[in-house]
Every structure is written in C-alpha cells, then in structure tokens.
Ligand binder design. Structure first.
Ligand code: TRP
Length: 449
C-alpha cells in the first residue's frame, strides 16, 4: 500500500480514548436504557452483548483495517483499495449517514445543555411527573430555545474539530473520557444505595428468554452498531490516523468492551432508580429526560445529582458528535482539497441546519410527517436501522471477499510482528456470519417475509 505522511494520534492511550469517545455516547446512556426497558431488560441485554461482541467487534476490526491500510477518509478508502469500482458508494453511504446522525444527535445534545442549565439554576424543582412531562414537551416544541442550544453545541464541536486530530479530538477525549467514567461510577453507587434498588438490578440482569422475539433481535443489532459507531466509516476515518505499530485487534476489543461496560453501568444507574420510585422501566425516550430528573428531585441534593447526570450525558454526546463531524470534514478536506478550516465550517453550518429542522419537527413542523413519523424519528430510524446495518454488511463483504487474505492478515498483525490468533474466526464472521445475519434482519424489518 502506498505510504504517505499522515497525521496520527499521539499516543495509544489517546487513540483508545478517542475511539471510545466516539463509541460511548447518547447511544449508551440515552438510547440503550430505553431500548432495554422497552424490550424486556435482561433478555435484550444478552442478545445485545452477543451482537456487540461478535458482529460489532468484527465490523469494527474490518473498518480499522480499511482505515489504516488506506490512510484515507471514508470515500478515499474505497477509491484506493478498489479503484474504479462501485465500492465507493459504501463510503458515500457512510458520509451521508454521519451527516444525518449529526443532525438529530445535535438536537438531543442541545437538550442536555438545557437540562444542565435548569439543574444549575434550580429550575428543575417541580412537583409532579405531569409537570415534568409538560415542561419537557413545551421545551422541545419551542422554536427558539432548543435551537440556541444546538447552536452552542455545534459551536463547541466546531472548535474541537477545527483544532485538529491531535490538539482537538485526541486532547478532548483524553480529558473527557476518564471524567465520564468517574461520574458514572459515582452515580452507580448512589443509585445502588436507593431503597429497593435490587428490583431494578434484577429487571436489568435477569433474562426472561420468552421475551426474545425478532423485534428484540433487530433492535439489539441496530443498537449494537449504533453504540460502537460502526457501519458508516467512522472507525475507518479514525483508524486512518492510527500509526502502523498499533495492535488493532486489541484496540478493537478494548473499545467494544469499554463501550459495553458504559452501557451496562448506565443501566445500573437508571433501572434501580426507576424501580425504587415505582416507575415503569419501559418509558421510551422520555426515560432520561423526564423520569430521571423527576427521580433525582425526590432525593436529597436533587439538583446536584441532576447536574452531575446531565454533565455526564453532555460529555458522552460531545466526544461522539466530534467523530460524526470528523467523518464528513475529513471527506471534504481530502476529496475536494478544501482547507481543514473551510471543510469544518461547511460541515458545522450544514449540520446546524439539519439540526434545526430536526428540532422544529417537535414543534412547528410536527404535522410534517414522512411514512407517518416526524423528521427526527425518520432520521433516527433510517440511519440506525438501515444505513448502519447495510453499511456494515457491505464493509464485511468488501473486506471478507475482495481483500486479499494475506494483505488483510499482514495489516492486522502488523506484518507478522503481533499475534492475532482468532484471525480465521474473524474471516468466517465477516465473510458469512455477519452479512447473512444482517441481511436476514433487514429483510425481516422491511417486512419482506
Ligand atoms: N456511538 C455513538 C453513541 O453511542 C454515536 C455515534 C458516533 C455513531 N459516531 C457514530 C453511531 C458512527 C454510528 C456510527 O452514541
């Protein structure tokens, strides 16, 4: 492969933190507990862990291979490794998915800032769940306030990405991720000390196998891909900044394990709190923004706990949205030879515009529905349930069938200097297991059988 001078992450720690930062996000703390709560707790957890550890991990490693072998952005990767073919469409799918996810992700990220503000100023102090729900709905439907928060969040993201891979992305992740773990552990301890916490722990960990349906499996797969940031070339882009001595199989295992750990810890924070206050765990997206603050208010120092929790959520969101931004920025910068500053500015502006439209879909645009759902939900559905699984499937097929096995092995073992004992299993998964499972699930989802 042609070797060019490319920026790389400074240290192994920094690179793992940046990748974990991308993986750990609203997906773990906001989306995962909702999905688990709606799909039967423990049963969902088991299917999810299987999907992450087998499929998520393999797709991530395949993406690491592509990025480091080509040293290019999402689209450039396919242009270098399969010149003159249609494979670059997989790259375009990734860039588009990143851009669309950026849009709805910035909306929820903005909400976290509002809730930080509300907790800090003591305004979350209301007496009933109805009032909480009312306030949340009023806020999200507002045409102005959420947009201001999206603007601020996008601006912060913009500054980080513009500062570059080392000074922006790596430095921010190295600072934020350890902080995130500390906060998460404090909250876990607090939650487990609540009366009746054990019921929540039971709900979360005790599987009821009768609950495993095809719907549960699809949701678990979509959630797994979303959570470890695979299927849309995000990890391709990050891996293009890895240096050649990094042990990629181990890095992928660390990232996936830490990501799963955060999701599980988030469940340990949320479910005991929910059962302790006698609330149903299957609340959907409202769980984190309505139920939790309501629970916090019933504890001593409620505002402080809310504040800590929403800071956690904002940190998780920031390091993830940076990675979404970087995918598109790297693409514009490398494919159109724009300066990094210009590319960053274009992505921030366009991403902000999509964010605003998504936000308005809760208010003035709420009557505008496509396939019966508002724009925000549409983007969430299309990206997580279609673009990521399909992107992941094509990435597996490409790496499994079109890349020379020796080239693949050499890259993954750093030319034989490190061991990768599970190489054969990895090849079987990306050649057969992952594409077949993903195809079956997508066909089922589209209602074709
Ligand atoms: N993984 C992040 C989360 O859990 C979201 C995310 C960031 C993502 N980059 C991605 C999802 C790339 C899919 C692909 O919140």
């Amino acid at each position: 492969m042609k070797q060019q001078k490319r920026i790389t992450f400074n240290s192994k720690f920094g690179l793992v933190m940046a990748s974990v930062g991308s993986a750990v996000g609203l997906g773990n703390i906001w989306r995962f507990p909702c999905e688990a709560g709606e799909h039967g707790g423990g049963a969902f957890l088991i299917v999810y862990v299987f999907c992450v550890m087998i499929l998520g991990l393999s797709v991530m490693l395949a993406e690491f291979f592509l990025g480091r072998a080509s040293q290019k952005d999402a689209v450039g990767t396919f242009k270098v490794l399969a010149p003159g073919t249609m494979w670059k469409i997989t790259g375009y799918n990734g860039v588009l998915a990143a851009f669309l996810i950026f849009g709805f992700y910035s909306v929820v990220s903005g909400w976290t800032l509002e809730y930080i503000y509300q907790s800090a100023t003591g305004n979350l102090n209301v007496s009933s769940v109805e009032e909480f729900t009312g306030n949340f709905e009023k806020f999200t439907a507002d045409a102005f306030r959420p947009v201001v928060w999206i603007f601020i969040f996008t601006l912060i993201t913009h500054i980080v990405v513009m500062s570059g891979v080392k000074k922006g992305i790596e430095r921010t992740s190295k600072l934020m991720m350890p902080l995130l773990f500390v906060i998460l552990i404090i909250l876990c301890v607090r939650s487990l000390m609540l009366p009746n916490a054990i019921e929540g722990v039971k709900f979360f960990f005790k599987p009821d196998f009768s609950k495993i349906t095809s719907d549960v499996v699809l949701s678990a797969l979509g959630q797994a891909f979303f959570s470890v940031s695979v299927g849309m070339a995000c990890m391709i882009t990050y891996a293009s900044y890895f240096n050649k001595s990094i042990n990629m199989p181990n890095t992928a295992i660390s990232v996936v394990t830490l990501d799963t750990l955060v999701a599980i810890l988030a469940g340990v924070v949320i479910f005991p709190a929910v059962t302790s206050f006698n609330i149903s765990p299957s609340q959907g997206p409202a769980l984190v923004f309505i139920t939790l603050p309501n629970i916090f208010q019933q504890m001593p120092f409620g505002n402080l706990w809310s504040l800590i929790f929403f800071v956690l959520l904002a940190i998780a969101a920031l390091t993830s949205i940076i990675s979404l931004h970087e995918v598109v920025t790297a693409y514009l910068h490398e494919q159109y030879k724009l300066s990094r500053n210009k590319a960053t500015a274009i992505v921030s502006l366009c991403g902000f515009a999509v964010g605003v439209v998504c936000s308005l879909s809760f208010g003035v645009l709420s009557h505008f529905k496509i396939f019966g759902i508002i724009i925000f939900d549409l983007l969430d559905f299309v990206t997580a349930n279609l673009m990521l699984p399909l992107g992941g499937m094509f990435i597996c097929i490409f790496v499994g069938w079109f890349i020379n096995k020796k080239v693949l092995k050499d890259e993954l073992t750093n030319n034989g200097t490190i061991k990768f004992r599970l190489f054969c299993i990895f090849v079987v998964v990306i050649r057969y297991v992952a594409p077949i499972i993903i195809a079956l699930i997508c066909i089922k989802k589209l209602g074709l059988f």
